[in-house]
Design a protein around this ligand. Structure first.
Ligand code: 16G
Ligand code: MG
Length: 541
C-alpha cells in the first residue's frame, strides 16, 4: 500500500507546530481564537485530501469562517461532495488528526485512517476552499495550502465567499456534466442562478418597498453587492452595516433586538444576516414602537404555507410537505404548523446536520432553527413530478413554473441567508404582504434563554430531541414539577455544543411568567448537586 512521504510531512508540519491545546471538531467544525488554529487548519488540509481520496477524487470543500463569533475567532468546516456538511463519522478522524501531539503521531494517525477506512492513497484528491472577511483568514489559507501539499491534492482557492456559496460551488463541481448538474461553479454562476429564478417568481407583481438589509459587517455585504447587478430592477434594497474593513465591527448584533446603530421605523421591513451569511432573520417595528422579530420559525411557517398553496394550485396531489424544527421552536409556531397548516412536524436535536437529515425524509422538507438557519429541500422524486407536470389551466401552469423557480432559488445544499431572503421576498411580493401581515399567522409565546455556567457540562445527557434530561438523575423530575405550575409552560435544559455552558429555554403564557420560569430553572440547575460554577447569578430564583 502506498504511504505518506514522511520527509514531506515533517517539513510541512514543522511550519505549523501544534500548541498544547486540545481540539474538537464539533457541530460547526473547529472554532476558536484564530491564533490557535494554524496547526488545526494545516491538518484539516490533510483530512480534506483523505476524504477526497476516499470518495474517489470527488471535490471536497473547506470553508474558513467563524460565522457569528467575534472577529478575533476563526474556524474551519469541511463540506462533502453534494454540498452537505461532512459525514458525522469523520468528525472523530478530524479531531484525531488535530490532536496528534507530534509529527510522528500525526503520521500514525493518518495511517490509522488509511487502513481502517481503506483509503487508496494513489487516488487523486481535489479540494476547493474559501474564507470569510476575517483578517486572520489569509494566513490560515496559507496553512491549509501547506496541508493540501502533504498528499499532493489539486486545489482551487475561491477567495472570499459566503459559507453557502462554497457549499454551492462544491456541489456544482461534483455534478457538472450529469443530469443533476447544479449550476456554474463560481460566485457569478450562483448569482445568475438565484437571480434568474427570483425574476420568474416576482414577474408581473408590483415591487415591495426597499428591504433594509443589515449585513453584520461581514462577508454578506460585499457578496450581496456583487449580486445586485444580476437582479436588475426585480429587487430593491438598502444595505447597512457593510464595513468589512474594520474587523472590530463584525457581528456586533445582539439577540432579539435591532442591531446597534440601526434606527428602525414603523412601516419598514428589515433583515439581518450573520457573519458568514448562512443565517437570516427579519424584523419590523410596530406602530406602538415595539420591535417584532420574524425568526426562523416565522420563515418556516411562511414557506410551508406558501409551498402547500402552490402545490395545490399546481394541481399536484402527490407531494407531501413536512417541517423540521428543534426544541427551540416557539410552541406557537409548532401549533400553527400542526393545527392550522396541517403539516407533519418533526423535532430533532440542535445543529443543521440533524435538521437537514430529517428534512430529506419528506418530498418537500422545510427546515429551520429559530435562530435563522434553514432551507427547503426538494427530493429527487418531487423535482421529477414538478418538472413533468404540465397543468391543465393557465393558473396551474403559472403555479408549476413558480414551483420550479422556487426549487432553483432555494439553496439545496445548506441554509443560505441569500436564498432564504429571496424565498421570503418572493412570498411577500406574491401576496403583497407587509411584515406585519406575515407576523399575524400566529403570536409567539414569550420565551427566554438563560445560560448556566457549570463545572462540567458533559454530565448533562439528553433524549427526545434534547427535550428531556436523563442525567443528572432526578433533575428532569424537578424541572417538570416547576413547569407544571405555569400556564402554557415549557422548558428544557441542554448542554451547549459550542460553549462551556448549559442552556435553559423557557416559554409560558406571559412575559413575567416566562422570566420567572427561566430563572427558576436556571437556579435549579445551578444548585442541583452543586453543578454551578462561580457565583450564583443574582437573577436566578
Ligand atoms: C452551531 C450550529 C447551529 C446551532 C448552534 C447551537 C451549524 C452549522 N451550526 O452554530 O445550527 O444552532 O450551533 O449552539 O450546525 P449551542 O449548541 O451552543 O446552543
Ligand atoms: Mg453562520
Amino acid at each position: 500500500m502506498a504511504s505518506v512521504n514522511i520527509d514531506n510531512l515533517n517539513s510541512l508540519s514543522n511550519l505549523h507546530p501544534k500548541p498544547e491545546n486540545t481540539f474538537a471538531y464539533g457541530t460547526a467544525g473547529f472554532r476558536m481564537k484564530a491564533e490557535l488554529l494554524d496547526s488545526v487548519i494545516f491538518r484539516t488540509g490533510i483530512l480534506a485530501s483523505l476524504r477526497s481520496k476516499k470518495l474517489d477524487g470527488k471535490v471536497i470543500g473547506v470553508m474558513i469562517t467563524a460565522s457569528h463569533n467575534p472577529a478575533a475567532d476563526n474556524g474551519v468546516k469541511v463540506v462533502d461532495p453534494l454540498g452537505e456538511m461532512m459525514e458525522g463519522a469523520w468528525e472523530s478522524h478530524a479531531t484525531a488528526l488535530a490532536n496528534a501531539p507530534s509529527n510522528e503521531h500525526l503520521f500514525d494517525a493518518i495511517h490509522t485512517m488509511v487502513s481502517t477506512l481503506k483509503i487508496d492513497l494513489t487516488k487523486p484528491a481535489n479540494v476547493v476552499f474559501g474564507r470569510d472577511t476575517r483578517p486572520s483568514g489569509e494566513a490560515l489559507v496559507a496553512a491549509l495550502v501547506d496541508g493540501l501539499k502533504v498528499l499532493g491534492a489539486q486545489s482551487t482557492d475561491y477567495g472570499i465567499l459566503t459559507t453557502p456559496q462554497l457549499h454551492y460551488i462544491t456541489r456544482c463541481l461534483n455534478t457538472a456534466g450529469t443530469p443533476e448538474a447544479y449550476g456554474e461553479p463560481s460566485a457569478e454562476g450562483y448569482y445568475k442562478k438565484l437571480a434568474a429564478a427570483f425574476k420568474i417568481l416576482v414577474e408581473g407583481k408590483p415591487r415591495l418597498s426597499p428591504l433594509i438589509l443589515d449585513c453584520a459587517n461581514g462577508v454578506g455585504a460585499p457578496k450581496f453587492k456583487e449580486m445586485l447587478p444580476y437582479l436588475g430592477d426585480s429587487f430593491s434594497v438598502k444595505i447597512v452595516n457593510d464595513d468589512v474593513e474594520d474587523a472590530s465591527k463584525l457581528n456586533l448584533n445582539t439577540q432579539q433586538r435591532a442591531p446597534i446603530g440601526l434606527k428602525t421605523a414603523a412601516g419598514e421591513r428589515y433583515a439581518s444576516f450573520d457573519g458568514d451569511a448562512d443565517r437570516i432573520v427579519y424584523y419590523y417595528q410596530d406602530e406602538d414602537n415595539t420591535f417584532k422579530l420574524l425568526d426562523g420559525d416565522k420563515i418556516a411557517g411562511l414557506a410551508a404555507m406558501y409551498i402547500i398553496d402552490l402545490v395545490k394550485s399546481a394541481g399536484i396531489d402527490d407531494i407531501s410537505v413536512g417541517v423540521v424544527q428543534t426544541a427551540y421552536a416557539n410552541g406557537a409556531s409548532t401549533q400553527y404548523l400542526r393545527n392550522t397548516l396541517n403539516v407533519p412536524v418533526s423535532c430533532v436535536p440542535t445543529g443543521v446536520k440533524h435538521l437537514h437529515h430529517e428534512a430529506l425524509k419528506y418530498d418537500v422538507g422545510v427546515y429551520f432553527e429559530a435562530n435563522g438557519h434553514g432551507t427547503v429541500l426538494f427530493s429527487p422524486s418531487a423535482l421529477k413530478t414538478i418538472y413533468a407536470a404540465e397543468g391543465s389551466s393557465p393558473a396551474q401552469a403559472v403555479a408549476i413554473r413558480s414551483l420550479r423557480a422556487l426549487s432553483e432559488v432555494i439553496n439545496q445544499t445548506v441554509g443560505d441567508a441569500f436564498s432564504d431572503l429571496f424565498l421570503v421576498e418572493t412570498i411577500l411580493t406574491q401576496r403583497q404582504w407587509s411584515p406585519k401581515v406575515w407576523d399575524q399567522a400566529y403570536t409567539d409565546l414569550p420565551n427566554r434563554l438563560v445560560k448556566v455556567v457549570v463545572q462540567d457540562r458533559s454530565i448533562f445527557k439528553t433524549v427526545d430531541a434534547e427535550r428531556k434530561l436523563t442525567e443528572p438523575a432526578g433533575l428532569q423530575d424537578a424541572i417538570d414539577a416547576i413547569v407544571l405550575k405555569f400556564s402554557h409552560g415549557r422548558s428544557f435544559v441542554r448542554p451547549s455544543g459550542t460553549e462551556d455552558v448549559v442552556r435553559v429555554y423557557a416559554e409560558a403564557a406571559t412575559r413575567p411568567e416566562t422570566d420567572e420560569l427561566a430563572f427558576r430553572i436556571g437556579g435549579l440547575v445551578f444548585d442541583y448537586n452543586s453543578c454551578g460554577s462561580g457565583a450564583r447569578p443574582r437573577e436566578f430564583i
